[in-house]
Design a protein around this ligand. Structure first.
Ligand SMILES: [Zn+2]
Length: 432
């Protein structure tokens, strides 16, 4: 909050600045709508570019554990955050997250961070770590304890911290503290509404991002519309343009200069960093794949791969003799065991921890029932030729959430090639 505005602003801000807050700020953003609500980006829903992003790209923009990033670490953190989410959620929707999308998302985050830096510069005159400790009206005193706002909970009283402001020529008092010059009463609202719990640098950043969101400027910033965003936040940070608090304002060109300079710092060498991390990621992903907890659904080398994964055949066919044991490829819970009217015959569907689902079709016998927990390697069925089948074989599918929801609200599942994800497959006609 700007230096001089207090009295005026107090009146403005007493009106509920903080609407009942979207609990999603607490990092449990698990769906695209959650993230969109948090970011105030509903309007993006119809945006062509937005549609090419998925929730993970968006998640990276939300404050997370990497919130305190200096430019040197930024690229690495942003990319590895996205890549590790990709890894964590295994081949979930993330699979579709292209290099382009990851870079784009990280550029968005870089711009938002650079905007925070511009606010810090305008409000405190610094953008480094020390900016988080600034108490403007306390004559050079610094925040030493981040457990709460310095004017809250037995701290100094706001009215004892006053200064003459040259231009206004008056004595002005303020509790404005920290990197974004947050007032004590704003801090109280923020904590009361569960947006932040303390005054640590990460919380200060979070609060600032919250105000940006409230002002509806995150999208402007992400798209690089600096002047527009700077004007829109002028009502909150008096050092920014487009307000009539009659405080010393920074010129928009000055702010833009800081913003641009920081964006460059955050994004310089983007490609090199990305390529390096990608190589590491691929290497570690290959390692973890080989030690992964997936086994084959059929005994080794007793079946023949007769059909591969392709359009209109979203699984693989493994031909073997009637009664060949069919095993769960990893631990999970049976979500369906019974007859399938779409041609799969006697089918078992198992949901796994990675939220993926495996499908074992055309069985002669089923040994499990819906709701049952199964462990890796457990026999769930016997090979058969039921349903739309011309000979004894297992039709095996691996499905992952596509990231979209069905009308029922259930996540939509999308078949992926198990030969890419679970185990290596031979050529058609060869033993599996
Ligand atoms: Zn098949």
């Amino acid at each position: 909050m700007g230096i001089l505005t207090l009295i005026m602003l107090f009146c403005v801000l007493k009106t509920p600045v903080i609407e009942p807050l979207i609990k999603t700020v607490q990092e449990n953003l698990s769906t695209v709508p959650d993230v969109l609500n948090f970011l105030g980006w509903e309007t993006w829903k119809s945006d062509e570019f937005f549609q090419s992003l998925d929730r993970v790209s968006l998640l990276a923009i939300v404050p997370n554990r990497n919130i305190l990033m200096n430019p040197q670490n930024f690229k690495r953190s942003c990319f590895s955050e996205l890549l590790s989410r990709q890894k964590l959620e295994r081949d979930n929707i993330l699979n579709g997250l292209s290099e382009y999308q990851i870079k784009k998302a990280c550029i968005y985050v870089a711009r938002i961070r650079a905007f925070l830096d511009a606010i810090a510069w305008a409000e405190t005159g610094s953008i480094g770590e020390a900016s988080y400790t600034v108490i403007v009206f306390k004559g050079g005193n610094k925040i030493k304890n981040f457990s709460t706002h310095p004017f809250v909970g037995g701290g100094w009283k706001a009215n004892q911290n006053c200064a003459f402001i040259r231009r206004a020529g008056k004595r002005v008092c303020s509790s404005a503290s920290g990197r974004y010059q947050i007032m004590d009463f704003n801090y109280r609202s923020l904590t009361k509404n569960g947006i932040i719990r303390d005054f640590t640098p990460a919380s200060q950043d979070k609060a600032a991002i919250y105000y940006l969101q409230q002002k509806g400027v995150l999208k402007d910033i992400a798209f690089g519309n600096f002047e527009k965003a700077a004007c829109k936040v002028g009502g909150h940070w008096a050092s920014f343009p487009c307000n009539n608090y009659r405080q010393p304002q920074k010129k928009v060109q000055q702010l833009r200069y800081i913003f641009d300079r920081q964006v460059v710092k955050y994004t310089i060498g983007f490609d090199e960093t990305f390529q390096e991390l990608k190589q590491n990621y691929i290497a570690s992903s290959v390692r973890s794949r080989s030690s992964r907890a997936f086994s084959k659904p059929v005994p080794d080398r007793v079946t023949i791969l007769t059909q591969s994964f392709q359009k209109f055949h979203e699984g693989i066919d493994l031909a073997g003799s009637l009664g060949t044991p069919i095993r769960a490829i990893t631990d999970g819970k049976v979500v369906y065991s019974g007859w399938d009217h779409w041609g799969l015959g006697n089918v078992v569907k198992i949901r796994h921890r990675d939220r993926g689902e495996t499908v074992y079709a055309h069985n002669r016998k089923l040994f499990v029932t819906a709701g049952e927990r199964v462990s890796r390697g457990q026999i769930v069925a016997e090979m058969g030729s039921t349903g739309n089948s011309t000979g004894s074989h297992l039709h095996f599918e691996y499905r992952l959430p596509s990231g979209r929801k069905m009308a029922s609200g259930e996540p939509e599942m999308q078949a992926v090639n198990p030969c890419d994800r679970l185990f290596s497959c031979p050529a058609i006609g060869d033993r599996f």
